[in-house]
Write a protein that binds this ligand. Structure first.
Ligand code: SF4
Length: 449
């Protein structure tokens, strides 16, 4: 059972030295109980207490790291079933599976394409994180060659996929310093796979057709000394497979069942030639509860919506997604282009900027930081009021970009236009549309006065 802040406090040195970054041992204990810090930050706690507290404060789903350096990422460490309970911690990631039977040029090309996929959205870089190399040739040499080719052409983390420990070893020898994932131990090969994972110090996936089989192999490889495990439920039926993913999560969180307390790897629509079905299942697996989601196809047009889904699910629902404050150029605005004002709630930004783009009228969009609130909410909270807007406009630099000094205020706050006009002595404030959908028509007929 998880320890409370008070339980943890009793095991701390109680000197309130502050070296852990918080002023008191009690404050540190509360943060540790909430899994916001790690016990290693306290240099004075005894080894015995450290071991006990590390165990007690660990998430019920173990955190597993794949890859190294800037390309490393974590999966697992989740504590809740649903996003509205608490923020999910480490996003599920997408990857592509490359067949080792393909020729060198095809393997290199697929690896390069996976590496090149990257989108920026709400000031975050979104991208696939993994490349799996799958042995279908049955040749250790061919597998090792394919793994080396992938490693040469991408910095993404690698999953080595084969049931044959000898083939895995050939690939592992090429990339063991990159902290790859071995896929996978099963009821026949688990001892040999566990030996490989232990020797190289890399995580090991375990697979089973049923959750019971999965738990059994997980226990066996744990007993063999492997600590970092990824679970691969392999139910052939898609619907039953989804139930298995939910069952695994529930067993780990609600029953604290340790053999299932690890992140998962899935192959949505594995074997299906239908990329649309694969895409749909990849989205479902991201939501419930895939850690690594390995796909046959990584067409950027299909990956983008999946990455947006990932971004939306793995953001903190208690913190509005927000844009940076500043002046955004839409089209190529000039000194006689309109100037629109709005707030930095990302949804507001995307709706307004989308409508401006569709108007094809180059425009300066001044986005004010109001802690991610929408226009009306920010006004009601006293954050989007004339005095503060004037301070923002004056420091934003928009004065130097236009010669007309006409500011278009969102229609929802028309009531502050007079006061804002007074605050912004050099500007003429006009009231724009209430609804974003009316922006194109408004901009097309806009003229500086
Ligand atoms: Fe207490 Fe340790 Fe933090 Fe010092 S470093 S305040 S002893 S928890």
């Amino acid at each position: 059972m998880a320890l409370t802040g008070l339980d943890i406090f009793k095991k701390l040195p109680k000197t309130n030295c502050g070296e852990c970054g918080v002023p008191t041992c009690m404050a540190f204990a509360m943060k540790l109980a909430a899994r916001q810090v790690e016990i290693t930050l306290c240099p004075y706690v005894s080894d015995e207490a450290k071991a006990e507290l590390s165990e007690a404060s660990a998430a019920p789903i173990k955190k597993i790291t794949l890859g190294t350096g800037d390309n490393a990422f974590k999966v697992g460490e989740e504590t809740v079933m649903f996003r509205h309970e608490k923020t999910f911690v480490n996003p599920g990631v997408y990857g592509i599976v490359i067949d080792d039977s393909a020729d060198d040029a095809t393997i290199a090309d697929k690896a390069k394409k996976a590496q090149a996929i990257e989108f920026e959205r709400i000031e975050q870089q979104l991208r696939p994180r993994v490349v799996g190399v799958k042995s279908t040739s049955g040749s250790a040499d061919k597998f090792a060659n394919a793994v080396a080719k992938v490693a040469e052409n991408t910095k993404l983390s690698i999953v080595l996929i084969s049931d044959d420990p000898a083939i895995i070893k050939a690939g592992l020898d090429k990339v063991k310093d990159n902290n790859p994932l071995i896929y996978a131990a099963d009821s026949n090969n688990y001892q040999a796979m566990a030996d490989l994972a232990k020797e190289a110090g890399v995580p090991l996936a375990v697979k089973g057709a049923t959750v019971e089989e999965l738990a059994d192999i997980s226990e066996k490889v744990t007993a063999a000394g492997v600590k970092d495990i990824v679970l691969a439920p392999e139910n052939a039926d898609m619907s039953e497979g989804l139930k298995d993913l939910v069952y695994i999560r529930r067993a780990a969180l609600k029953q604290k069942y340790k053999p299932l307390g690890f992140p998962t790897i899935t192959f949505p629509a594995d074997g299906s030639a239908d990329p649309e079905l694969e895409m749909a299942m990849a989205g479902v697996h991201l939501m419930k509860y895939g850690g690594l989601i390995m796909m046959n196809d990584l067409d950027p047009a299909r990956v983008l919506p999946l990455l947006v889904l990932q971004q939306n699910i793995y953001t903190d629902p208690q913190k509005p997604m927000q844009m940076s404050e500043g002046i955004y150029e839409i089209g190529e605005p000039k000194e006689d282009s309109p100037v629109l004002l709005t707030t930095n709630f990302s949804l507001t930004y995307f709706i307004v900027s989308g409508e401006v783009e569709s108007s094809r009228v180059p425009t300066w969009l001044c986005v004010m930081d109001v802690e991610g609130l929408s226009v009306l909410t920010a006004w009601a909270a006293g954050k989007f009021v004339p005095e503060k807007i004037a301070a923002f406009v004056n420091k934003s630099g928009i004065n130097d970009k236009v010669k007309h000094h006409n500011m278009i205020l969102p229609g929802y706050v028309s009531q502050i236009s007079g006061e804002l006009d007074d605050e912004l002595a050099d500007w003429k404030v006009t009231v724009g549309p209430r609804e974003a959908g009316d922006i194109p028509h408004y901009l097309k007929s806009w003229k500086a006065s």
